[in-house]
Structures are given as structure tokens and as C-alpha cells.
Design a protein. Sequence first.
Length: 337
Amino acid sequence: MMKPLLLAAGLALAATTAPAMAQTLDTVKQRGQLICGVSTGFPGFSMPDSQGVYRGLDTDYCRALAAAVLGDATKVRFVGLTAQNRFTALQSGEVDVLMRNSTQTFLRDASIGLQMGPVNFHDGQGFAVKRELGVSKVAELDGATICVAQGTTHEVTLGDHARAHGLKFQPVVFERPDTMYQAFFAGRCDAMTQDASALAGAVSVAPNPQDYVVLAETISKEPLGPFTRNGDAQWSKIVAWLHHGLVEAEEAGITQANAEEQAKGANPVAQRLLGTSGEFGSRLGLDNRWMLNAVKAVGNYGEIFERNVGKGGQLKLERGLNGLWSKGGLMYAIPFR
């Protein structure tokens, strides 16, 4: 979610970011705390509750990482980041990992000095409209004013889609998503565009949620996932294999409630994943029970999804593309063997 023109600043910083900052695992262990970059307020992904405790899919990944690395899911500090400062915060070392819902693209992989991790949520750019408009397709928004957040891929994609389909949109650009939401719900724009999951979250906490609808149509692919710094292969592997482990746990039927029991069982997949056999943790510089600690802290991928954005959360999203590969989805874990 960053305009190509903004990449120049990222390139300049990437060129001056010292590879020596690379040994993140040692830094986190010595500090005794993981510093995790998240969004400033996306329901279902990262948002403080009434007690100020961050909740969501992204923040559960942060807790799982803290449990895996430090043995304690509570040893994490969340740093809320905007679309404009998220990559700079990671490049400069302000955060250890970026778990903020961020789209993975070619330019981000090749140009900003960061490493993309596995996709942990498959999304698409959607549109929210007021139900009374009777709009059901994006083409029906021709000539409409569209609220969009600055510094995101959504700005670019909105223009690309308009040109490709002969439509005229009037973008109304906002620096922060929260001010964009306020403006849209106040009636300043005919529609609002963002990741469809984020729109569902915004509508769910609107003053009158029933007055709005998120169109079924999307105009892009938005593969969301974590980012780490280039030059730190060990840390990037830990972040990547954490995701694969959470998906593998779901595939194997390992849950938050039964993980300890499964670790003692005869299933060789569970034994390797949970540290009963092999040296899968030590090869990454971690305790062999690292994935057992992670799953006990937050559950497997399916549990994380359902609790935060699925039927058990306020967004009520279907698994869809985020279902397991064996059930028609795209979640497919690289094997632990």
C-alpha cells in the first residue's frame, strides 16, 4: 500500500540502513521483549480494546512470535504505525518486525530494503457504500467521490482501474484511515475504498452499521503478510516458519487446548512441530518447543482467524481463500521435515 513515487524515500533509507542491525534475534532476547509494528486501528487485525489491549489477527501473530522466541506471549510491545511511517519504522530498527496488514508487491520486495514473509491473509481492494444508494457494482460508481488513504496501493489501483474501464472517480485523499472513516461516515464521499477486510471492520463499528454495505466485487489482489529487514536471514526464517507452523498445526488438528497432549502423542508430524523429536527449534536458534509455546499462546491459524475476523469475531468473514488448501483455500504450509 505505497505509491511508487514514495519509494524514493524508502530507497534512500534502505541504502543507509546498516546490515549490521541484522541480528534481531539476539537483540530481542537481550531486551527480553519483542517490539512489533502493527496498524493503528483496524478491527479484526489490530485495535486496542476498551482496556487498551491490542486485539486482532496481526497482534496474535506478534504474541505467537513472542511466545516462540521468548517463551512468553506477554513479552511484546505494540507500536501503532501508519501507512506512511510503517516501512521507515522497520528499516530504522524502531520495530523488530512489521505485522501490520501490508500488501506484498514487486516494488516492495525489490526496492525498499525489506524482506517479505509468507502471506497470512489473502485480500482484495473493495468498496463500501451507503446502502440507500442501491449500488451493487464498481462500474455504478462512475463519477463518484471516493475516500482513499494516502500512501497506499489503493490510490494507485483506484486510478489504474478507472483508466482501464473508462470510469471517472474523484479521489478524496486522507492521511490516516481513521480520519477517512470519519469523513465517509459523515457523508463526505459517495464511497470508500480499502482492503475489503478493513472495510468490513470499519463498517462493523460505524455509528449505524446497517446503513452501509461492502460490495462483493474487488478490483485487485492484496496479499497481506509480515515484513522483516534484509540481511537478517535467521530472523526472517523465524517469522516465516512461525506462519507455516501455525498453518501446519491446523492441518494436523493441533489446537491451543490439545497442544501439550499432542506433543506427547505418536503423530510424527506433531512430534516434529512441537519439539518432541528432531532439532527444528535449535536450527533457528530457538528452544525446540518454540512452536508448542506459540500454539499454546494463540492457537493454530484457523483459531486465530475465527477468533479475530471469522465467525467468532465482529467481521464474520468466511475463510474463502484463507482456508486450508485441503478445503479449497490457499493456506498451505511448507512441511516440517
